[in-house]
Design a binder for this molecule. Structure first.
Ligand SMILES: Nc1ncnc2c1ncn2[C@@H]1O[C@H](COP(=O)(O)OP(=O)(O)OP(=O)(O)O)[C@@H](O)[C@H]1O
Ligand SMILES: [Mg+2]
Length: 192
């Protein structure tokens, strides 16, 4: 069915060891554009480890990863993000004390003005945050509220909305809907 298309992710014989312990023992997987894969396995089977290797959190021990035709063994999460991999971890990397909007943009703020300084466009950023969250079914009345005041499901939605908005071509979700209501969980699938 997919013969005419090239895979977006090509994983071959991927091995990940933590010291003497082998967490991934030769994983091979191809993912084509538009596909949705669910990885099933017992606790400790290595699902999160595979995700973290793809997201640049852990270096692979051996094997090859090709993302969209390019070398995909990343040594930092930033490299993975730049290559279009958006990852939603179950223990989300959100800063509880800063606002919903600041967490949404986090290092990719909209600024206007000369050079690398510029003035942060808070109103515009607030509006985008509200709109993008609404698209997947969460209505944020106050985007300036600290993330710490949001529920677990709302925080997961924020991380998913952010990955989609910043153009992740590959969205990797590690049990991301475990805290979501069913309506939102269904909605996030439709948007992918
Ligand atoms: N940083 C680490 N250092 C050492 N061992 C680790 C590390 N991360 C994971 N492991 C081990 O690798 C194995 C796979 O863990 P992983 O978190 O990938 O499992 P999982 O399939 O996601 O399980 P779960 O369903 O419980 O989330 C486990 O035995 C775990 O103890
Ligand atoms: Mg896991």
């Amino acid at each position: 069915m997919n013969d005419s298309k090239k895979p977006l992710i090509e994983i071959k014989d991927l091995v990940k060891r933590f010291g003497n312990f082998t967490a991934l023992n030769g994983v091979s997987l191809d993912v084509y554009p538009g596909e949705v894969h669910a990885l099933l396995g017992d606790n400790g089977a290595g699902k999160s480890t595979l995700i973290k290797v793809l997201a640049g959190v852990h270096p692979a021990t051996s094997g090859s990863i090709v993302i969209d035709g390019k070398e995909g063994k990343f040594s930092t999460p930033r490299q993975a993000t730049d290559a279009g991999i958006g990852t939603v971890y179950q223990d989300l990397a959100l800063n509880a004390l800063t606002s919903v909007t600041r967490n949404f943009f986090l290092g990719r703020e909209i600024k206007k003005g000369p050079g690398s300084f510029g003035i942060m466009q808070m109103n515009e950023m607030d509006k985008i945050t509200i709109d993008e969250m609404a698209k997947i079914g969460i209505n944020i009345s106050d985007p300036t509220q600290p993330v710490g005041t949001m529920s677990g499901g709302q925080r997961q939605t924020l991380a998913i909305a952010r990955a989609i908005y910043f153009g992740a071509k590959i969205l990797i979700l590690d049990e991301p809907t475990s805290a979501l209501g069913q309506k939102t969980a269904n909605g996030s699938v439709k948007n992918n």
